[in-house]
Design a protein around this ligand. Structure first.
Ligand code: SF4
Ligand code: FES
Length: 235
């Protein structure tokens, strides 16, 4: 089938304004949008820039806006866009470095702010730190996060408040807060107990709608809010 793409182009070193460029490629219905992008780059226009690595929804690098919705290009099948023009744009709420490539520095800085790793004052065990099935179930959804940034890009609060830590940051905070092996729960909750933290979330649910790993992002943020109320404010 013939696929028509309209792709955002911007090379800040050369272009004063962004522009859109049209491309047509032939694709099998079972191919993905990423396959078409690769074909455009390899066969038609080597100057087109985008990130990709695994090609299978694991690395999170090919997140972009596809017909107005943040998604991974490697997860979207061509047949789902049959007969329609496919518009590809960089993730919103991020600075564009070139074409579909955005600057992820601040995104990762914010995730790192919440210490996205386990901290325990217990002595190192001989082998691994064990959990019961019940304990591991508490974090089994959030550990699917691949840091693609779709949630943060789609979040209307992030668009308004540039200091807001953002949904992906909260997913990684959740992972540590509710992990039975971590003992920094209180300080982690205190860090998020602000308007730039979890109280900035207004339950738009956009993060949950776009998450390619089907993580209940908004629900996780609300669970953190409840834990803050329980542990910090209920005295
Ligand atoms: Fe991507 Fe989902 Fe993780 Fe957000 S929570 S960064 S959308 S995988
Ligand atoms: Fe790795 Fe799409 S290329 S998630």
């Amino acid at each position: 089938m013939e696929m028509h793409f309209k792709i955002f182009r911007l090379d800040p070193d050369v272009d004063k304004e962004p522009r859109y460029q049209n491309y047509t490629v032939t694709a099998d219905p079972s191919e993905r949008v990423l396959d078409c992008l690769n074909r455009i780059k390899w066969e038609q226009d080597g100057s087109l820039s985008y990130r990709m690595s695994c090609g299978h929804g694991v690395c999170g690098s090919d997140a972009m806006k596809i017909n107005g919705r943040c998604a991974l290009a490697c997860q979207k099948l061509v047949k789902d866009y049959a007969g329609a023009e496919v518009v590809l744009e960089p993730l919103p709420n991020f600075k564009v470095l070139k074409d579909l490539i955005v600057d992820m520095e601040l995104f990762f800085e914010r995730v790192n702010l919440v210490r996205p790793y386990l901290i325990s004052s217990e002595a190192l065990p001989q082998k691994e730190r064990k959990q019961t099935q019940e304990e591991s179930k508490k974090v089994s959804e959030v550990i699917r996060c691949i840091l693609c940034a779709c949630c943060t890009a789609a979040c209307p609060v992030t668009e308004q408040n540039h200091q807001y830590l953002g949904p992906a940051t909260f997913v990684w905070a959740f992972r540590a807060i509710f992990d039975s092996r971590d003992d920094q729960t209180r300080s982690r909750l205190e860090q998020l107990d602000t308007l730039d933290g979890v109280w900035g979330c207004l339950n738009y649910f956009e993060c949950t709608r776009v998450c390619p790993k089907e993580i209940p992002v908004t629900k996780s943020i609300n669970t953190i809010k409840k834990e803050i109320e329980k542990r910090l404010h209920r005295d």
